[in-house]
Design a binder for this molecule. Structure first.
Ligand SMILES: Cc1ncc(COP(=O)(O)O)c(C=O)c1O
Length: 375
């Protein structure tokens, strides 16, 4: 059982941690799932890669999530072995033959994604029966409002999609169409544009897919990068689906990651040393904070000091991580109380997504402590 506290200040008081601590708020997570469910006209698959921690998965499962977008055999195993009634979808467009065999044979996975004829041939080769739903992933146009464009790596054009749909049909499998507008997508209209591509593929192949999967990409509202509310994205999707008018038997799916978990977890780090205007922290870009280095995303920070109030005047600091690598520094400067000092803690908010999931063991540092908060 994880340790449970009312709030972050209680965590500091009880643990006085010199190691990073993830503070998970299951109630925030549940509320996000409810928000998504309320506006999305289909099945919600959680994108496990975003945060695969067992406590996060348990909180999502308790909130009603039983379908999972899994990218690898270890993710499939983690979900399937934890929840007997879970359905895993193998949504990575490039899979090893061994992973396909085990996903199909051991874990009963029947949904797979492809974006290339050679991957489709591999999938058909490695599966003994034609009881599959094979989902074709379409490339989406790059959008200046999207932080991480995923279509530079995956997704095919409409012509290839039509060929793939025909081959899937001829092989005796059911088909689907999917896309991913990119992670932290700032423009709800990107979903309408992508669903328009789905409509084109449906028209040109003259086939109704078994499912349409709108992927992930729903953003969190980070500091200085406000984005439209989740409801605006879901509204756009409902409108675009109404125009597309798929047959009633076509299932609609989404694979959100970030928007479900980003706000549900903060990270408590400690200042190990102050050198003038530089603070050396116990977590950094090789640990929980790599998204801050890979993008311009900024998370909120709050200084916490036991038994005394920090100064009210603020100062800009450079924040270094714990490894010996000089790359281990957060880009830019961060406003914190001017008297920030060794032993103080900083709560960094909105770190539920792509934080622990991306952490390395570089220099022996590995952030792995999770506690849950009731407030
Ligand atoms: C195939 C797929 N689905 C879903 C997601 C989750 O995306 P997000 O966290 O932006 O919602 C990703 C993220 O990389 C992905 O690659």
């Amino acid at each position: 059982m994880p340790q449970q506290f009312a709030n972050v200040d209680d965590v500091v008081e009880a643990l006085r941690p010199s190691y990073p601590v993830y503070c998970l708020r299951p109630q925030t997570l549940r509320r996000q799932v409810q928000r998504f469910d309320a506006g999305f006209p289909g099945t919600v698959l959680y994108a496990v890669k975003c945060n695969p921690h067992p406590l996060v998965l348990d909180a999502l499962y308790a909130a009603g999530i039983t379908h999972f977008d899994t990218a690898s055999l270890p993710e499939i195993a983690a979900v399937a072995e934890r929840y007997g009634d879970a359905t895993c979808y193998f949504m990575h467009p490039v899979k090893s033959r061994a992973a396909i065999q085990a996903a199909y044979g051991i874990y009963g996975v029947r949904h797979y994604v492809v974006d290339h004829p050679v991957e489709l041939a591999k999938l058909l080769d490695e599966t003994p029966a034609r009881d599959l739903v094979i989902v074709v992933r379409i490339k989406t146009p790059s959008d200046p409002h999207t932080v991480f464009d995923l279509s530079t790596k995956f997704g095919c054009d409409i012509e290839t999609a039509v060929t793939l749909l025909e081959t899937i049909d001829k092989a005796g499998c059911r088909s689907g169409l999917a896309f991913h507008v990119g992670s932290q997508c700032g423009a709800p209209a990107a979903f309408a544009t992508a669903l328009d591509l789905v409509a084109q593929a449906m028209r040109r192949s003259a086939r109704a897919p078994s499912l349409i999967d709108v992927g992930g990409g729903f953003p969190a509202s980070y500091v200085g990068a406000e984005v439209p509310a989740l409801e605006a994205y879901l509204h756009e999707i409902r409108d675009a689906l109404a125009r597309l008018a798929p047959p009633p038997e076509t299932a609609v799916l989404a694979e959100p990651g970030r928007v479900l978990v980003a706000d549900a977890c903060s990270l408590l780090v400690q200042i190990q040393l102050r050198k003038e205007q530089s603070l050396y922290l116990n977590d950094g870009i090789f640990g929980s904070l790599s998204e801050m280095a890979l993008s311009s995303l900024r998370m909120p920070m709050r200084l916490i000091r036991r038994g005394a109030t920090p100064a009210t005047d603020m100062q800009a600091f450079t924040l270094y991580g714990p490894t010996c690598d000089s790359l281990d520094v957060l880009p830019g400067r961060f406003d914190l109380p001017a008297d920030a000092r060794e032993g103080d803690w900083i709560e960094i908010g909105q770190l539920g997504a792509y934080s622990n999931a991306l952490a390395t063991r570089f220099n022996g540092f590995f952030p792995e402590t999770f506690v849950t908060l009731t407030a």
